[in-house]
Design a protein around this ligand. Sequence first.
Ligand code: ADP
Ligand code: MG
Ligand code: ZN
Length: 466
Amino acid sequence: MSVRLPFRLPPRRARALSRAPFSRTRRAERAASTVTFRDVAANEAAMDRLRALADYLAHPQKYAALGARLPRGVLLYGPPGTGKTLMARALAGEAGVPFFSLSGSDFVEMYVGVGAARVRELFAKAAKAGRCVIFIDEIDAIGKRRDDSSGSEERDRTLNALLSEMSGFAENSGVIVLAATNRADTLDPALTRPGRFDAKIEIGLPDRRERLDILRLHCRKKPLAEDVDLCRLAADTVRFSGASLESLVNDAAIRAARRGGHVIEEDDLHAAFVAAVAGEDRPVSAAREELAVVALHEAGHAVACRALLPGHRIERLSVLPTTSGAAGYNLTIPAERALPDLNGLTAQIQVLLAGRAAEQLLYSETNLTAGASGDLAQAAELASTMALDLGMVASPAVSLRALSRCTGGAQEGAALVRRLLDDCYQAVRLLLSQRVAQLEALAARLVEAESLTGDEVAAFFEEMPV
Ligand code: ADP
Ligand code: MG
Ligand code: ZN
């Protein structure tokens, strides 16, 4: 049974190993080739994009021949422990190219100029290697927004060195720069400009099915008792990241070894699970209840969207938190309608308010969820644009004036915005009350799966018309 123990090699042995019979770059190569895409589970959408990059790294001339331009830098963002570092390594391993990495935290509180020098050194080494993956972990440590008051000159220098090294790379040189962060929202916009980290890949928390895949992967080389039910464990581990699942399985293996067992029993996994959640402020049952409220909220958006904006496509519906706040639901607005009309804007406001309306309809006493407050802010913004700037309000007295631009308009405008929001809220609540069965069925499916793709949502509506 393979058990990972938190141990260190004695120094002499570690040094001997690092003097292995290959050169520095060879060492990077060797290290990278040990991890491939087979070691990563879940995140299908992200893995598809990484597979495309791996193909490019393996055969850059194929792309150069067609004049294809690939992203120079790819930013992986998402909660800690979701496998960003793992994926970066796996990309290099899969393509069979060397892997060079630095972590942003290595630069914190460093002497002047050292960070910038390290960046240049890293890129120089990489340039010699030819095709390779350069990985900058925890890039937020050097790439924070510069207007942030804690900004330091030293960090700026490091960041500037990184940006200039990146723009110095020739296109199609077979170098891919990957960076990872747990917080994409705090990054300096200079980093995400074209020619820099112009591709972004979100790495989310795994949903129930993905957790099962990750558990299975980490149990590959571990003997499990026959009665072990990984499906149930996957269902219980709501909001666990890949890293917490890996350490849960490892903890169970350690427990099994300690009691002298030959296989991992259900009890070992259960004990490891209890130990993992014991430190959490929220017991699992509460997390489950929360899931039901969030699912209803997201289902509200989806049902209203289906009814009011039939031309819009829902990309994804999920009850898992993301790093950008709640946002369990993702809607694409078709671009060809550049100038939305009154009905279109009203419908958008109603769809935004539908999450909260669904919560109130079926759980009258819930507090405002974090997601709902974001929705309200967005709805209010849309409503005030309509009322104040576009003069698009169905009130004959004011509809032709842009209120924000005339004196005394502000107060009149605020009242209008409030009325507009109120009307939209009542209207969407009524709409949902006529679709309670659909709403509840979608919410139930969402609690079960935790996230649904756009196709799954579309299929649901086909199966279950009003
Ligand atoms: P991050 O960089 O996003 O914080 P890591 O890549 O450091 O996460 O993940 C730590 C460990 O957790 C990995 O080495 C792996 O064992 C496990 N892990 C995380 N995500 C996954 C995944 N999607 N598939 C398989 N293992 C994972
Ligand atoms: Mg990491
Ligand atoms: Zn919402």
